[in-house]
Write a protein that binds this ligand. Structure first.
Ligand code: B1M
Length: 211
């Protein structure tokens, strides 16, 4: 375990997707839980990538390959995090807001929500308000879940909430938000129904919102 716990983040920081996939597979075979692999070896590596970026040691290409390596490992963990549930707890429409390409956190939140019995419609990243609105018009969505990782794009959460209100859909759905620059205070200010700091909290929040 100790070796793998060091090798997986090293692989992520080196952008070595093959190595990450191999080591995550090995960790699963050794019986290490998906949650442990994710929390102890993978999420911390992305935080380290962010620090290296701030310090000028990493540039965008390094972040990109690190993200690709992380996503490769997450694909292996997905079947373990997502378990079949008989009855859906509700439909969640998820997306990273307009202008924002960060989707690792949003993908993780979606996986955990799916694993807890919610149906997910994932619009991906860089989702404009109109697409959120159109999907709420077309599908029986219970919760709109928005992610943002940039201080410059978190404002688009408000733009999306305003667009839903303008289309007369605000009361049809609950709205939850999250992502590194987002806070409880910000969520309240923009008129969201809830804010979660991480994927586990997002599951608890979604359950509470639909109670
Ligand atoms: Co970018 N980037 N990036 N980046 N990047 C950050 C976010 C940054 C903090 C790095 C830094 O400076 N330290 C910084 C933002 C500064 C700011 O605005 N405050 C930054 C910057 C500046 C940029 C660019 C502008 C760089 C440039 O071009 N000069 C650019 C912007 C592009 C764009 O979006 N338009 C850019 C680009 C990229 C890549 C594309 C190269 C890549 C993303 C690839 C991808 O996602 N597919 C990338 C990456 C990888 C990062 C860091 C290193 C890692 C992000 C990540 O995946 N974390 C990041 C530094 C950092 O976060 N420390 C950084 C792991 C992930 C599991 O955590 O996403 O926080 P996170 O999700 C968590 C919680 O936030 C929460 O739960 C998740 C799981 O626990 N959560 C929710 C997230 N969404 C939620 C929704 C919820 C509830 C909880 O409910 C709906």
């Amino acid at each position: 375990m100790s070796n793998l716990i060091n090798e997986i983040p090293e692989g992520i920081l080196d952008g070595n997707q093959n190595l990450v996939v191999q080591k995550v597979g090995q960790a699963i075979e050794e019986g290490i839980s998906a949650e442990e692999i994710l929390n102890q070896a993978m999420i911390s590596a992305m935080a380290e990538a962010g620090t290296l970026f701030e310090e000028g040691e990493f540039f965008v290409p390094e972040l990109l390959v690190a993200a690709r390596a992380m996503q490769g490992g997450m694909e292996l963990l997905k079947p373990l995090l997502v378990r079949d549930n008989v009855k859906s707890k509700g439909i969640i429409l998820a997306g990273t807001v307009k202008g924002d390409l960060h989707d690792i956190g949003k993908n993780l939140v979606c996986m955990m929500l799916e694993g807890s019995g919610f149906d997910i419609i994932d619009l991906g990243n860089d989702v404009d308000p109109e697409t959120f609105v159109e999907t709420v018009q077309e599908k029986p969505v219970d919760i709109v879940a928005m992610s943002a990782l940039l201080t410059t794009t978190m404002v688009n959460m408000k733009t999306t909430i305003d667009a839903l209100a303008q289309a007369g859909l605000r009361d049809k759905v609950k709205i939850m938000v999250g992502g590194a620059p987002v806070s409880e205070d910000f969520a309240t200010k923009i008129g969201a129904d809830g804010y979660a700091t991480d994927a586990n909290q997002a599951v608890r929040l979604a359950q509470t919102l639909l109670e």
